[in-house]
Structure formats: C-alpha cells, structure tokens
Design a protein around this ligand. Structure first.
Ligand SMILES: [Zn+2]
Length: 116
C-alpha cells in the first residue's frame, strides 16, 4: 500500500552505492520538511547522517535506522543502513519500531567507541 504522496519512497533490498543512500536520506528529509512524512524512529537526525549537523562526520553506531510514516496513508517505511557492511535496505514495516519490543537488544549507549 502506498499513495501518491509516498510513492516516491522506493522499497529496495540493496543500494548500489552510498550516493543512492544519500539521495534517499535527502528525499526523506525534504518530505519531512514538507510535512509528507513524520519520523517515527531514528538512530540519528537526518542532518547527522552525513555530518552536516552538530555531530559532523560522526556515525552514531554501526547501524543506522530511520523509520518514517506517511502522513496521508499511514504507510510505514524503514531505512536500515549497515555501515560496516556498506549496504542498506528500505522496507515497508508492519508497525512503528519500539525498542521495548526487543528486550534482548543491548543498548549501545556510550559504548560505540566514540570519543567526545
Ligand atoms: Zn502514503
């Protein structure tokens, strides 16, 4: 299910290169600014993914996840990027991500090798 508003979000199993991932991040940010989607979960702000925000050039974790919901039809899209693997996926998600649904997943806070 998608609608004219969110059909420009392309579901895919793999990204050919980081440029394509960058384009997708920019598209989602533009759509958020336009009120077409709302961010339901994000490991870091869109601006920080490529170091334009206050955390310039830093990756928060080895895996980045951005989940958004279309404000028109309610479809939920999840964009996962595995930085180590160098690939990403964009999928339709059945529901909004809630970290509490994954009790076995250890928090990575303060343990990702970042020096402040
Ligand atoms: Zn939609």
């Amino acid at each position: 299910m998608s609608c004219p508003q969110c059909e420009k979000i392309k579901v895919r199993d793999s990204f050919p290169d980081s440029l394509e991932y960058a384009r997708t991040i920019r598209l989602l940010k533009d759509m958020e600014d336009a009120g077409e989607i709302e961010v339901t979960y994000a490991t870091c702000p869109f601006d920080d993914v490529f170091g334009q925000g206050r955390n310039r050039g830093k990756f928060y974790a080895k895996r980045m996840f951005h989940q958004v919901r279309c404000t028109k039809c309610g479809e939920i899209y999840g964009l996962i990027c595995d930085v180590e693997l160098g690939d990403a996926q964009l999928k339709v998600n059945a529901k909004v991500f809630d970290p509490k649904d994954y009790p076995d997943h250890k928090s990575n806070n303060g343990n990702n090798g970042e020096n402040k």
